[in-house]
Design a protein around this ligand. Sequence first.
Ligand code: PLP
Length: 377
Amino acid sequence: MIYLDNAATTFPKPQSVRRAAANSVMTMANPGRSGHRPAMAAGEMIYRCRVKASEFFGAGSVENVIFTPGCTYSANMVIKGLLKSGDHAVVSDMEHNAVMRPMHTMSEKGVAYTIARTGETDDETLASFRDALRSNTRLVICTHVSNVWGQRLPVERIAALCRQYGIPVMTDAAQSAGVFPINAEENGIDFICAPAHKGLYGTMGTGILIARHPELLKTITEGGTGSGSLSLSQPDFPPDKFESGTPNVPGIAALSAGLDFVKQTGVERIHDHEVKLVTYLYDRLSKMSSITLYTPRPNAMRNGGLLSFNVGNLSSEETAAYLFEKGIAVRAGLHCSPLAHRRYGTEKRGAVRISTSYFNTMNEMESAARAISMIAR
Ligand code: PLP
């Protein structure tokens, strides 16, 4: 099988990641609860992962690294932990339902929000965000890279704009973490939400929240933390304030090894490789008359390693099913991002998404191009 659904989760995982997850299951116990060796080993591993993640994302301090069950959970923590009735928020028109559904829930609780339209240029996108700001705007959310169209949004410039007004900024880095550099301190981003299992090559069901201003967040879950157990009140210091219950030790062990893999390989190298792959495919597809490509040719500054398209009058699901018959795994449909599809008029039909990882090759792109051209004919 040629796996081209890496935006859903990267597959395969590096051997070091598989080993780290297996090793944690065989040697580690519940951290922070007991003083015996397997518990201590887990606690030390988690601390090391926190240090690596803090450096990787520019968290400013290890306490600002919060482990979560996924990017969705991280986004919920920020949206529900920060906003309250009477507040206003701004979101981009490329947001995933990981952002839109909690925003919708908050809108039923008196939070208003405005959708800022992405433009053809970063200047236009920035202008949309500027126009959307109000005196009661308490949060601005902008995905870093669209999970449908692969384009990068100017989060750093949006953060600089919001800093002038003292408005916190959250970015959904689900498709960029490990593929584009992102640094909370340097870029002035207050909250970065990221999954461990995509570009960081960890395992599913693990995520991270980088909270440069954890004091702005109320908790959305409380429980045992192994600290301050006599008190019924949740600890008020991070990360304990936000990490109740037994942590996902194998997931964090895998993330730790995934961060090493990305660091050793180099974010720039991974990005260049993936963009080369999708650019090659784009050029091949753009010569086929019955293929609809919705976005401009990928560009190293503006794109991650994914590309969406449709073939003739086929539904995106039909094309994906044909490709799977030919041994190529891709994703069709709406990719949990109806707004992003509405932006390009594909909300009824969806689109076929090809998404790459560092492990894909040019030969695989050629096989995909040939298979698509057979379907197109
Ligand atoms: N945000 C974007 C842009 C995504 O692509 C995804 C996953 O596909 C998510 C959020 C949700 O990530 P998770 O499933 O790890 O919670």
